[in-house]
Design a protein around this ligand. Structure first.
Ligand code: CTP
Length: 406
């Protein structure tokens, strides 16, 4: 949402205070935020809060002038990249659904051609009310987008659906709506996280992978319009919405899940840190300690990406190489031997690179000897650059097959 103009509509519900945090999240991500409040919203939170957070004037009155000759609603409606209504009361949803435009917010929504994302928050019975549901359905059918309210304890001391959706979900939907769908029609299969290789019911061998890089690729591919299947080893990350999620534990389970989902995939990104070895023996009961040293014999796990590489077809295959030395040499060797199209070479000894960090420093190598050297950047941005390279390769493949046909 960098450089995008978000009009944030705040209506009169107790969740109005959460809109302040939401405005901050948008600003943190580089958006310009312009707040329109209904009169009732100003009973819950002061316009000054939003004005201070956004650095922009807050609009309440329809007839407020922004410039010498410009009427507020037209300016905001025309210049917004997206209008987000959070929280949206049953009242405002009803008004929009019936074309009522009697204040600045509803007038702006009526006049805008930008996408409108509505985030309802209200009492549980109001949210379940057939009239509200019908209004929401009508709006959804006309192209208005919703982030459904969440479940939990409500301000009116009841429990149920009606809480404003969590802010991360709202932010993610805004990112999604604002992203160009240049991967639509593609199906991206992503693996992420570590694997666990158990040797008794309470112990296993694993590695430091957190899954962040793979999850970033999955979310970014989803935002760009691809269907996504995420095969994930055990991580502590929340399951991304809008992505087919296949949880696995061991390398062998991951292999089976990848093979079961390979057919439909047009792109495979293997960012999982798969254990190369597993304990040769598994004890059904917990191994008790003894005086003598414990020896665990390890045997090889299947190399999943090599198997995919052998049966790659027209798919684009992207692998990762996590190294501590000889980065380019080892990564290039892996790419060639395992029949990958691209390899993301990752020197985890650099500060800001590697498993646990939210950032990474990588080089994206291709089979022709090309290398895109990326500076330290957020894993979401790294994911976007990897997918850019995937798109370029797809373009080349298309060009080549067109050439052959001629
Ligand atoms: N990989 C895989 N299956 C394995 C091991 C690795 O699919 N059993 C994939 C990883 O997901 C990654 C790529 O292969 O995309 C390279 O992984 P890495 O562990 O760096 O490579 P290895 O071939 O295992 O080499 P090393 O000896 O450095 O561990």
């Amino acid at each position: 949402m960098k450089g995008k103009k978000i009009v944030l509509g705040v209506t009169g519900g107790i969740a109005a205070y959460k809109a302040a945090e939401l405005a901050r999240e948008f600003i943190k991500r580089g958006a310009g935020v312009h707040v329109i409040m209904t009169k009732n919203a100003t009973e819950f939170i002061a316009p000054l809060t939003f004005q201070t957070l956004t650095g922009n004037p807050v609009f309440v009155d329809t007839f407020q002038l922004t410039g010498e000759w410009e009427i507020g609603h037209i300016t905001l409606a025309e210049s917004a990249h997206i209008v987000v209504v959070a929280p949206a009361t049953a009242n405002v949803i009803g008004k929009i659904a019936h074309g009522i435009a009697d204040d600045l917010l509803t007038t702006t929504i009526m006049a805008t051609r930008a996408p409108v994302l509505i985030c309802p928050a209200m009492n549980v019975n109001m949210y379940a009310n057939p009239i509200v549901r019908e209004n929401m359905e009508k709006l959804a059918a006309t192209g208005y987008r919703f982030v459904e309210a969440g479940y939990g304890e409500l301000a009116c001391k009841t429990e149920g659906y009606g809480r404003l959706a969590c802010l991360e979900d709202i932010v993610e939907d805004v990112e999604d709506i604002l992203t160009v769908k240049d991967l639509s029609g593609q199906h991206v299969l992503v693996t992420a996280g570590p694997t666990r290789e158990a040797f008794d019911p309470v112990r296993f061998i694993t590695n430091y992978s957190t899954g962040k890089m793979g999850y970033a690729v999955a979310v970014m591919a989803k935002r760009r319009g691809a269907k996504v299947t995420l095969v994930s080893g055990p991580t502590s990350l929340p399951q991304p919405r809008g992505v087919e999620f296949v949880p696995v534990s061991s390398a062998r389970q991951m292999r089976d899940a990848v093979m079961a989902n390979l057919e439909k995939a047009t792109v495979v990104v293997k960012s999982a840190a798969v254990a190369d070895y597993r304990p040769a023996d598994y004890s059904e009961s917990k191994i008790k300690k003894a005086q003598k040293p414990l020896e665990i014999r390890l045997e090889r796990n299947p190399d999943i990406i090599s198997e995919v590489g052998r049966d790659k077809g027209n798919r684009i295959l992207v692998g990762f190489a996590v190294e501590t030395d000889n980065l380019i040499r080892y990564a290039t060797k892996k790419m060639m031997e395992k029949n990958m199209d691209l390899i993301v070479a990752n020197d985890i000894t650099l500060p800001g690179a590697g498993f646990a960090a939210q950032t990474n420093i990588v080089k994206i190598l291709d089979r022709e000897g090309g290398s895109v050297d990326l500076p330290l950047m957020d894993k979401m941005d790294v994911a976007a650059r990897i997918l850019d390279r995937v798109r370029e390769l797809m373009g080349k493949q298309k060009g080549a097959s067109r050439g052959k046909k001629r």
